[in-house]
Design a protein around this ligand. Structure first.
Ligand SMILES: [Zn+2]
Length: 258
Protein backbone atom coordinates (compact mmCIF):
# COMPACT_ATOMS: atom_id res chain seq x y z
CA UNK A 1 0.00 0.00 0.00
CA UNK A 2 1.18 3.51 -0.80
CA UNK A 3 1.09 6.17 1.89
CA UNK A 4 0.18 9.80 1.36
CA UNK A 5 0.10 12.93 3.48
CA UNK A 6 -2.06 15.93 2.73
CA UNK A 7 0.43 18.63 3.71
CA UNK A 8 -2.16 21.42 3.63
CA UNK A 9 -5.83 20.80 4.34
CA UNK A 10 -8.36 22.93 6.24
CA UNK A 11 -10.12 19.93 7.77
CA UNK A 12 -11.22 22.11 10.69
CA UNK A 13 -13.48 24.22 8.44
CA UNK A 14 -17.24 23.86 8.90
CA UNK A 15 -17.48 22.37 5.39
CA UNK A 16 -16.30 19.13 7.05
CA UNK A 17 -18.44 19.30 10.21
CA UNK A 18 -21.02 16.83 8.93
CA UNK A 19 -18.66 14.01 7.96
CA UNK A 20 -15.17 14.74 9.37
CA UNK A 21 -14.82 11.46 11.28
CA UNK A 22 -16.11 9.23 8.48
CA UNK A 23 -14.04 11.09 5.90
CA UNK A 24 -10.81 10.72 7.89
CA UNK A 25 -11.49 7.01 8.42
CA UNK A 26 -12.01 6.59 4.69
CA UNK A 27 -8.80 8.54 4.01
CA UNK A 28 -6.90 6.18 6.32
CA UNK A 29 -8.27 3.17 4.43
CA UNK A 30 -6.92 4.67 1.19
CA UNK A 31 -3.42 5.15 2.65
CA UNK A 32 -3.80 8.85 3.46
CA UNK A 33 -2.29 8.50 6.91
CA UNK A 34 -1.34 12.07 7.80
CA UNK A 35 -2.76 15.53 7.27
CA UNK A 36 -1.62 18.98 8.34
CA UNK A 37 -4.16 21.67 9.24
CA UNK A 38 -2.78 25.20 8.66
CA UNK A 39 -3.30 27.88 11.26
CA UNK A 40 -5.27 30.87 10.02
CA UNK A 41 -6.26 32.90 13.10
CA UNK A 42 -5.32 32.94 16.83
CA UNK A 43 -8.83 31.91 17.90
CA UNK A 44 -8.81 29.01 15.45
CA UNK A 45 -5.42 27.70 16.75
CA UNK A 46 -7.03 27.02 20.11
CA UNK A 47 -9.22 24.32 18.56
CA UNK A 48 -6.42 22.55 16.71
CA UNK A 49 -4.67 20.69 19.58
CA UNK A 50 -8.03 19.04 20.40
CA UNK A 51 -8.63 18.01 16.79
CA UNK A 52 -5.12 16.56 16.59
CA UNK A 53 -5.73 14.59 19.76
CA UNK A 54 -9.05 13.34 18.51
CA UNK A 55 -7.77 12.04 15.17
CA UNK A 56 -4.63 10.01 14.74
CA UNK A 57 -2.33 11.33 12.03
CA UNK A 58 -3.64 14.88 12.15
CA UNK A 59 -1.13 17.60 12.85
CA UNK A 60 -1.35 21.38 12.70
CA UNK A 61 0.48 24.63 12.16
CA UNK A 62 -0.08 27.89 14.03
CA UNK A 63 -0.03 31.13 12.10
CA UNK A 64 -1.95 34.13 10.88
CA UNK A 65 -3.14 33.87 7.28
CA UNK A 66 -3.02 37.24 5.46
CA UNK A 67 -6.80 37.11 4.83
CA UNK A 68 -7.45 37.07 8.60
CA UNK A 69 -4.89 39.69 9.71
CA UNK A 70 -7.38 42.59 9.61
CA UNK A 71 -9.74 40.59 11.80
CA UNK A 72 -7.03 39.76 14.35
CA UNK A 73 -5.72 43.33 14.79
CA UNK A 74 -4.63 44.92 17.06
CA UNK A 75 -1.92 42.43 17.95
CA UNK A 76 0.82 42.68 20.52
CA UNK A 77 4.08 41.40 19.04
CA UNK A 78 5.38 39.75 22.21
CA UNK A 79 2.09 38.00 22.99
CA UNK A 80 1.70 36.87 19.40
CA UNK A 81 5.17 35.34 19.27
CA UNK A 82 4.86 33.78 22.73
CA UNK A 83 1.57 32.14 21.75
CA UNK A 84 3.11 30.69 18.59
CA UNK A 85 6.07 29.38 20.59
CA UNK A 86 3.74 27.78 23.16
CA UNK A 87 1.90 25.98 20.36
CA UNK A 88 5.14 24.74 18.85
CA UNK A 89 5.85 23.06 22.20
CA UNK A 90 2.88 20.81 21.49
CA UNK A 91 3.95 17.63 19.64
CA UNK A 92 1.04 18.01 17.22
CA UNK A 93 2.12 21.51 16.14
CA UNK A 94 4.81 21.07 13.51
CA UNK A 95 5.06 24.43 11.73
CA UNK A 96 4.35 28.15 11.76
CA UNK A 97 1.75 29.32 9.26
CA UNK A 98 0.05 29.71 7.05
CA UNK A 99 1.52 33.16 6.72
CA UNK A 100 2.67 35.37 3.90
CA UNK A 101 1.61 38.06 1.48
CA UNK A 102 -1.41 38.43 -0.78
CA UNK A 103 -1.95 41.12 -3.41
CA UNK A 104 -5.67 40.41 -3.77
CA UNK A 105 -6.68 41.71 -0.34
CA UNK A 106 -7.32 45.27 0.81
CA UNK A 107 -4.90 45.16 3.77
CA UNK A 108 -1.87 47.37 2.94
CA UNK A 109 1.37 45.57 2.13
CA UNK A 110 3.12 47.24 5.09
CA UNK A 111 0.73 45.60 7.56
CA UNK A 112 1.10 42.25 5.84
CA UNK A 113 4.89 42.57 5.87
CA UNK A 114 5.00 43.34 9.58
CA UNK A 115 3.09 40.17 10.48
CA UNK A 116 5.10 38.06 8.03
CA UNK A 117 8.35 39.31 9.62
CA UNK A 118 7.04 38.22 13.04
CA UNK A 119 6.43 34.70 11.72
CA UNK A 120 9.90 34.59 10.18
CA UNK A 121 11.49 35.80 13.41
CA UNK A 122 9.79 33.24 15.62
CA UNK A 123 10.33 30.44 13.07
CA UNK A 124 14.02 31.27 12.90
CA UNK A 125 14.31 31.40 16.69
CA UNK A 126 12.62 27.98 17.06
CA UNK A 127 14.02 26.47 13.85
CA UNK A 128 10.40 25.78 12.98
CA UNK A 129 9.37 25.34 9.33
CA UNK A 130 7.17 28.01 7.73
CA UNK A 131 4.04 27.24 5.77
CA UNK A 132 3.78 30.19 3.37
CA UNK A 133 0.96 31.62 1.31
CA UNK A 134 1.92 34.02 -1.49
CA UNK A 135 -0.26 35.58 -4.14
CA UNK A 136 1.38 37.93 -6.65
CA UNK A 137 3.85 39.30 -4.09
CA UNK A 138 6.67 36.85 -4.77
CA UNK A 139 9.38 39.50 -5.16
CA UNK A 140 8.37 41.04 -1.84
CA UNK A 141 8.24 37.64 -0.11
CA UNK A 142 11.66 36.67 -1.45
CA UNK A 143 13.19 39.93 -0.23
CA UNK A 144 11.86 39.34 3.29
CA UNK A 145 13.23 35.79 3.27
CA UNK A 146 16.72 37.16 2.48
CA UNK A 147 16.90 38.43 6.05
CA UNK A 148 16.24 35.08 7.71
CA UNK A 149 17.61 31.59 7.92
CA UNK A 150 14.33 29.70 7.63
CA UNK A 151 13.02 26.46 6.11
CA UNK A 152 9.58 25.93 4.75
CA UNK A 153 7.14 25.44 1.92
CA UNK A 154 5.44 27.77 -0.55
CA UNK A 155 1.97 26.31 -0.35
CA UNK A 156 -0.12 26.02 -3.55
CA UNK A 157 2.78 27.15 -5.69
CA UNK A 158 1.74 28.79 -8.92
CA UNK A 159 4.24 30.49 -11.19
CA UNK A 160 7.07 30.14 -13.67
CA UNK A 161 10.04 27.81 -13.82
CA UNK A 162 12.29 30.76 -12.88
CA UNK A 163 10.22 31.60 -9.81
CA UNK A 164 10.22 27.97 -8.69
CA UNK A 165 13.98 27.99 -9.04
CA UNK A 166 14.31 31.12 -6.87
CA UNK A 167 12.52 29.31 -4.06
CA UNK A 168 14.28 25.97 -4.39
CA UNK A 169 17.66 27.73 -4.55
CA UNK A 170 16.85 28.87 -1.01
CA UNK A 171 16.10 25.28 -0.01
CA UNK A 172 12.36 25.94 0.15
CA UNK A 173 9.84 23.33 -0.97
CA UNK A 174 6.84 23.88 -3.24
CA UNK A 175 3.34 22.66 -2.41
CA UNK A 176 1.72 20.93 -5.39
CA UNK A 177 -2.05 20.79 -5.46
CA UNK A 178 -5.04 20.88 -7.76
CA UNK A 179 -3.46 23.61 -9.92
CA UNK A 180 -1.48 21.02 -11.90
CA UNK A 181 -4.71 19.30 -12.95
CA UNK A 182 -5.79 22.40 -14.88
CA UNK A 183 -4.76 22.45 -18.54
CA UNK A 184 -4.78 26.26 -18.50
CA UNK A 185 -2.10 26.28 -15.77
CA UNK A 186 0.57 25.58 -18.39
CA UNK A 187 3.20 27.79 -16.75
CA UNK A 188 2.85 26.17 -13.33
CA UNK A 189 2.79 22.68 -14.87
CA UNK A 190 6.02 23.50 -16.69
CA UNK A 191 7.58 24.82 -13.47
CA UNK A 192 6.65 21.67 -11.53
CA UNK A 193 7.82 19.46 -14.38
CA UNK A 194 11.28 21.07 -14.12
CA UNK A 195 11.52 21.15 -10.32
CA UNK A 196 13.30 18.14 -8.80
CA UNK A 197 10.89 15.85 -6.94
CA UNK A 198 12.98 16.35 -3.78
CA UNK A 199 11.51 19.87 -3.52
CA UNK A 200 7.83 18.98 -3.82
CA UNK A 201 5.06 18.31 -1.30
CA UNK A 202 1.53 17.10 -2.06
CA UNK A 203 -1.45 19.09 -0.82
CA UNK A 204 -5.15 19.62 -1.54
CA UNK A 205 -5.93 22.90 0.32
CA UNK A 206 -9.40 21.35 0.75
CA UNK A 207 -12.18 22.43 0.97
CA UNK A 208 -10.83 25.02 -1.53
CA UNK A 209 -8.90 24.60 -4.80
CA UNK A 210 -11.03 22.07 -6.68
CA UNK A 211 -9.36 19.82 -9.21
CA UNK A 212 -10.13 20.20 -12.90
CA UNK A 213 -13.58 18.83 -13.64
CA UNK A 214 -14.76 19.26 -10.04
CA UNK A 215 -15.66 22.96 -10.06
CA UNK A 216 -18.29 23.92 -7.52
CA UNK A 217 -17.73 20.79 -5.46
CA UNK A 218 -16.12 20.62 -2.04
CA UNK A 219 -12.48 19.62 -2.40
CA UNK A 220 -11.45 16.76 -0.14
CA UNK A 221 -8.21 15.32 1.29
CA UNK A 222 -9.16 12.14 -0.58
CA UNK A 223 -8.10 13.91 -3.78
CA UNK A 224 -4.46 13.91 -2.67
CA UNK A 225 -4.08 10.59 -4.53
CA UNK A 226 -5.34 12.20 -7.73
CA UNK A 227 -2.90 15.09 -7.30
CA UNK A 228 -0.09 12.55 -6.83
CA UNK A 229 -1.23 10.63 -9.92
CA UNK A 230 -1.19 13.81 -12.01
CA UNK A 231 2.25 14.69 -10.66
CA UNK A 232 3.51 11.23 -11.63
CA UNK A 233 2.19 11.76 -15.17
CA UNK A 234 3.68 15.23 -15.39
CA UNK A 235 7.07 13.88 -14.37
CA UNK A 236 6.69 10.62 -16.29
CA UNK A 237 7.50 8.49 -13.25
CA UNK A 238 5.54 5.97 -11.21
CA UNK A 239 2.93 6.88 -8.61
CA UNK A 240 4.99 4.90 -6.13
CA UNK A 241 8.07 7.05 -6.78
CA UNK A 242 6.02 10.21 -6.24
CA UNK A 243 4.35 8.91 -3.07
CA UNK A 244 7.57 7.69 -1.48
CA UNK A 245 9.68 10.76 -2.28
CA UNK A 246 6.99 13.21 -1.20
CA UNK A 247 6.69 11.35 2.12
CA UNK A 248 10.45 11.65 2.60
CA UNK A 249 10.34 15.37 1.77
CA UNK A 250 7.57 15.89 4.26
CA UNK A 251 9.37 13.96 6.99
CA UNK A 252 12.49 16.02 6.40
CA UNK A 253 10.65 19.34 6.61
CA UNK A 254 8.01 18.79 9.29
CA UNK A 255 8.73 15.67 11.29
CA UNK A 256 12.25 16.15 12.55
CA UNK A 257 11.49 18.48 15.41
CA UNK A 258 14.34 19.13 17.77
ZN1 LIG B 1 -4.76 27.14 2.89
Amino acid sequence: MLFFTDSHCHLDFSAFDADRTALWEYCNQQGIHRLIIPGIHPEQWQKLPTLSQQYQGIFYAAGLHPWWIADALPLDEQTFKATLAAHYNNDACIAMGECGLDKNIALPLDEQLKIFHWHCQIAEALNAPLMMHCLKFHGELLSVLKHYKVRGVIHAFSGSRELARQYTDKGLLLGVGGVITWARAAKTRDAIHHTPLEFLLLETDAPDMPLAGQQGQRNSPLHIIEVATQLAQLKDISLQAVAEQCERNLDRLFFQKE
